[in-house]
Design a protein around this ligand. Sequence first.
Ligand SMILES: Cc1cc2nc3c(=O)[nH]c(=O)nc-3n(C[C@H](O)[C@H](O)[C@H](O)COP(=O)(O)OP(=O)(O)OC[C@H]3O[C@@H](n4cnc5c(N)ncnc54)[C@H](O)[C@@H]3O)c2cc1C
Length: 367
Amino acid sequence: MTTELGWEGYRTFLVDRREAESETVTSFYLVPEDAGVLPSFRPGQSLGFSLDLPDRVVPVIRNYTISNSPRDSSHYRISIKREPPPANQPDQPPGVSSNYFHDQVQVGARLQVRAPSGQFVLRPEGKGPVLLLSGGIGCTPMIAMLNAIVDSGSTRDVWFVHGVRNGREHAFGASVRAAAQAHDNIRAHICYSRPDDGDILGEDYDSAGHVNAELLQSLLPDTSAQVFLCGSMPFMKALYNDLIERGFDEFQIVYEFFGNACELREPKPKQVVADMGLTSDVEFNVEFRQSGVSASWTPSSGTLLELAEANGVEPDFVCRSGMCHSCLSVILDGGFEYIHDGVVTPMGDDEVLICSARPTSDLVIDV
Ligand SMILES: Cc1cc2nc3c(=O)[nH]c(=O)nc-3n(C[C@H](O)[C@H](O)[C@H](O)COP(=O)(O)OP(=O)(O)OC[C@H]3O[C@@H](n4cnc5c(N)ncnc54)[C@H](O)[C@@H]3O)c2cc1C
């Protein structure tokens, strides 16, 4: 059933339009096949996709951020970067889903889509300055946030700071510049790490090199902004720690991983578990059945995923925040609970997202 808040499970959408944003990024405009209500979303939220690919036994599950403004009520737009093989491993296959979208998903294609979800969101009506800080394809939530700020008439001071290789890979450049030119409260700085000969300083980009502490210091001398951070893991780690060193409070910085997550600084999930008031002598046995590993869980073990990793088990994961379903596993016996809000709970009662769960009894998992 679809309501203004969302829908359960997957709903069929049609690709209404495709648009190249750069040589590597293409946008897909999606409308519901049933022509029913299109629930609103908060800027920064993403959609989950289940792709039935011809050569795959199980569906490929991926998330893509909605890159338009919540004000556009006729469609969702997602913007996908084509993932090539890693530069140092050119023999490996390119990214499955992103290349499928670029090569196969044409206008009229049908897609299975989960409702907008995610906690990496901006409230345009909030107060105080905002720094939207992105690297590469990490710009998509920032574009939605910037569009939402413009559309809501918010007067929040916004810095849109973006690092990308060059003009060929730079998506949404013209619309960001237009927003900055039209609104006194919006400023943008684009950094090209390897500008092409044809890229024009001052027109296409504002500085050459990487986004770094010195650049941020020169743009935002004070530390009052709320920071939204998304990019590659090295980009996020470096800038997160630079900001903390400069005196930003960790609660001012919210971030989202598009690939494998890691601790940027503090081990957050463990902290949440500690905050639950559990006595430290609680102990459960967790059996990872497929791996033939059993381990003892105590509150300091963190999530089931962390317990697995600490004991040499290597389950799949991506977001580590209960959204992308990469770590979805089956419970064979025992109980669990989620340790934070915002988990996109799986359909099956026996399914668990181990990145965000802890046991409430002895547990057997099919991992
Ligand atoms: C909340 C969220 C929002 C997101 N929003 C966006 C968005 O707006 N836009 C966007 O483009 N992406 C977004 N992503 C990322 C997206 O979900 C996918 O992870 C991304 O498109 C890559 O998926 P893929 O299937 O193309 O690549 P995968 O098949 O997952 O491969 C990833 C990389 O691994 C390499 N690889 C494959 N096999 C091997 C191997 N054996 N050894 C070494 N390397 C290998 C591939 O070449 C590729 O470079 C988001 C992710 C999350 C969690």
